[in-house]
Ligand binder design. Structure first.
Ligand SMILES: NC(=O)c1ccc[n+]([C@@H]2O[C@H](COP(=O)([O-])OP(=O)(O)OC[C@H]3O[C@@H](n4cnc5c(N)ncnc54)[C@H](OP(=O)(O)O)[C@@H]3O)[C@@H](O)[C@H]2O)c1
Length: 499
């Protein structure tokens, strides 16, 4: 691996502490960092190198999946970290930074490869990019890369404006847009799942998919993000990015692509999504907001009673939608997506429901077969069959697909993503065109919500969302899989099957 200077804006912040330092530590332990790797942390705080190092050490103690066993290794890891005070708006701070970086690069005769990670609010992305260019930090003979995380704009127009600003300092192949869902090991496995499982290839080739369901349910409410969330809602916070990324990744499954072909295929799939006009939004999109209820036995207040949320807020804390594709494989197969806050249980999963075989009917009604891709709270992929039972009362018989070796501790998403960015591998990052196409698809939804054309459906905290979300799927003759209804039949549900 080539030498890299890792320039971290927002080094004193929460994301760096929770995710970035633990990820770097685990990569270091696994010898996945370049031999000459140097971190310069930046923030306005007047920290010394030693204060910075002790904060990094604390973050590893608090958040790393792997605890420190060897203090000597930890020390050599921390020796890679230096801190510099920098105000994002002050050009002279960038010039000082350049001097410091060049001094080290020249002293060690290193190729000046620089990775800029912007772990700061999105309003700073454009000014930082401009200052990197203006100061000469981005003009060295080595490569440069920019890492940013959503939100990439607030709507189509602002996303385009941001992209235009970034593209004045970085080319598209130099921009690595993080969507941490794409860093999850299970999501990454989807690319070559079919190659490893002939039984799946046979199922795909039958072209017998009834529907695809993508769920990301959260228990938590708006927490301390009221200011951001009340202007964003589930549609911007989750749907436009994470949910549509999951849709692209699952739609790749039958397509037989190499990792290099993934970004192109994702764009093709996004282009094949059937757009909605304003009237169709009301028919295919459910907008919800939680009211008071109870979660895991504890009472929970409604959204508009949360601190810093206006009593008359019409913000969406839940969204469900039915999407269709015009694609040689997926035409006619509905994709149902739902995501929201203050729901009954935390779960992120994709279910591909195959049509039942009449031959499987036995004495009862033929029952469907499922491919279940779980990302949270556990990760795993299984095929589940329900050969002899009636549809809603099935005893599922699961077959765990061997995608993660048994007992294997999985890397965190940020480890995978940082490693790929260091290698310059774009497969699991969001290309600008995907982001733009996603905003394009969502734009009429934003407009319809803004104009209040779509009714705001309420749901009690601790439920699975508004009844209309169930009806959206039921109208086509299906139901959301694995919702824990209060019936004896559901005691049979199997989510984390043992082999
Ligand atoms: N926290 C998470 O788990 C998480 C998860 C996903 C995405 N994100 C995204 O990641 C970004 C950072 O989030 P965060 O939670 O880490 O925020 P945060 O805790 O508020 O940290 C913000 C960082 O920005 C720095 N900063 C702010 N203004 C600055 C200025 N004028 N000049 C130089 N540095 C400045 C702060 O440093 P000083 O105060 O020292 O200046 C601090 O290090 C946000 O875009 C957020 O949406 C966060």
């Amino acid at each position: 691996m080539e030498p890299v200077t890792f320039v971290l804006f927002g080094a004193t912040g929460d994301l760096a502490k929770r995710k970035i330092y633990p990820a770097l530590y685990n990569l270091y332990i696994e010898q996945k960092l370049p031999p000459y790797f140097h971190v310069i942390g930046l923030g306005r705080r007047e920290w010394t190198d030693d204060i910075f190092k002790s904060n990094v050490e604390q973050s590893i103690a608090d958040f790393s999946r792997r605890k420190v066993k060897d203090p000597v290794l930890l020390k050599s890891f921390l020796n890679m970290f230096q801190y510099q005070t920098l105000d994002i708006g002050r050009q002279e701070d960038y010039e000082r930074l350049l001097e410091r970086i060049e001094k080290r690069e020249n002293g060690l005769s290193l190729t000046p490869n620089r990775m800029f990670y912007l772990s700061v609010g999105p309003e700073f992305f454009a000014p930082i990019a401009a200052n990197i260019k203006g100061s000469g930090l981005g003009s060295a003979a080595g490569w440069k890369r920019l890492l940013i995380e959503k939100p990439f704009g607030h709507d189509l127009a602002s996303a385009r404006e941001l992209n235009q600003q970034l593209s004045e300092a970085f080319e598209e192949h130099e921009i690595f847009r993080i969507d941490h869902y794409l860093g999850k090991p299970t999501v990454q496995k989807l690319v070559d799942l079919h190659q490893q499982h002939p039984e799946l290839q046979a199922m795909w080739s039958e072209r017998e998919i009834a529907n695809v369901q993508i769920t990301a349910n959260e228990i938590v409410g708006v927490e301390d993000r009221a200011g951001y969330y009340d202007h964003s809602g589930a549609v911007r916070d989750m749907f436009q990015n994470h949910m549509l990324q999951l849709l692209m990744m699952v739609a790749i499954l039958p397509k037989k692509v190499t990792p290099e072909e993934v970004p192109l295929m994702k764009r093709a799939l996004m282009k094949s999504l059937v757009p909605l006009d304003l009237q169709q939004v009301g028919e295919r999109v459910i907008r919800g907001q939680y009211t008071a209820g109870s979660i895991q036995g504890k009472p929970v207040q409604g959204y508009t009673s949360e601190p810093n949320i206006a009593a008359e807020s019409l913000n969406d804390t839940f969204i469900a939608a039915k999407l269709l594709m015009e694609d040689d494989y997926w035409s006619g197969v509905p994709f149902y997506i739902r995501t929201g806050k203050r729901l009954k249980e935390k779960s992120t999963r994709i279910v591909v429901e195959f049509k039942p075989h009449a031959a499987d009917a036995g004495s009862g009604k033929p029952a469907p077969r499922l491919l279940v891709i779980e990302m949270s709270p556990q990760e795993g992929i299984s095929l589940q069959f329900s050969p002899d039972q009636a549809r809603h009362h099935e005893q599922l018989s699961p077959v765990q697909l061997d995608v993660h070796a048994s007992g294997q501790e999985l890397p965190e998403a940020y480890e995978n993503l940082l490693h790929d960015a260091l290698l310059g591998k774009p497969t699991f990052f969001a290309h600008w065109e995907e982001v733009e196409l996603a905003w394009q698809w969502v734009e009429p939804v934003l407009q319809a919500f803004e104009r209040n054309d779509v009714p705001l459906r309420t749901y009690a905290a601790g439920s699975y969302g508004p009844a209309e979300s169930d009806a959206l799927v039921a109208n086509d003759g299906y139901h959301w899989w694995f919702d824990a209804k209060e019936t004896a039949a559901d005691e049979s549900r199997v989510l984390h099957p043992s082999r």
